[in-house]
Design a protein around this ligand. Sequence first.
Ligand SMILES: CC(C)(COP(=O)(O)OP(=O)(O)OC[C@H]1O[C@@H](n2cnc3c(N)ncnc32)[C@H](O)[C@@H]1OP(=O)(O)O)[C@@H](O)C(=O)NCCC(=O)NCCS
Length: 145
Amino acid sequence: MELIRATIKDIQTLLEVEKTAIGLKLYSGYFTEKEVEKYVKNSVVYLIKNDNDIAGSISYDIMDSDYADISGLVIKPEFQKQGFGRKAMELLFEKLKEYKKLSLCVHPDNHARKLYESFGFEVESRKENYFGDGEPRLIMVKQQD
Ligand SMILES: CC(C)(COP(=O)(O)OP(=O)(O)OC[C@H]1O[C@@H](n2cnc3c(N)ncnc32)[C@H](O)[C@@H]1OP(=O)(O)O)[C@@H](O)C(=O)NCCC(=O)NCCS
């Protein structure tokens, strides 16, 4: 499995990945071509590639010289529960090992929370109506040496 940096030419592929998570109250994604275009231009977005298949995507934003925010982890349903989400996080950590602080946000009921906790992320705060959809999010943080 590998992480491939997404570019403008991958907008349709990313849209396909994001659309598998549409309507999930536990995930707020980018569901139009315009939104995905902005996403690719503003964030560091990766396609999660397994052999010749795109299994999902993941991204991060540089917040500060020593601080990066991870977001957008989506694994397509047919690839879920096979370790792809965990492996994608591990590969992303390799790329982010220079950053002292990592953060992410997750719905309190999302099973991804356990995944993040297993990597040492801790809840820093809870924000109600975080994306304006009435749903709360936990801000989780991990400090690295
Ligand atoms: C969250 C998500 C990325 C997990 O991806 P995945 O490839 O299925 O995860 P993995 O197979 O690597 O499993 C990671 C852990 O989560 C657990 N897990 C995965 N799916 C689960 C489910 N449906 N219910 C409960 N636990 C689950 C696994 O037990 C695993 O724990 P383990 O490694 O200790 O065994 C995937 O379900 C997804 O894309 N969901 C929709 C989008 C989303 O909510 N993204 C997270 C945004 S914060």
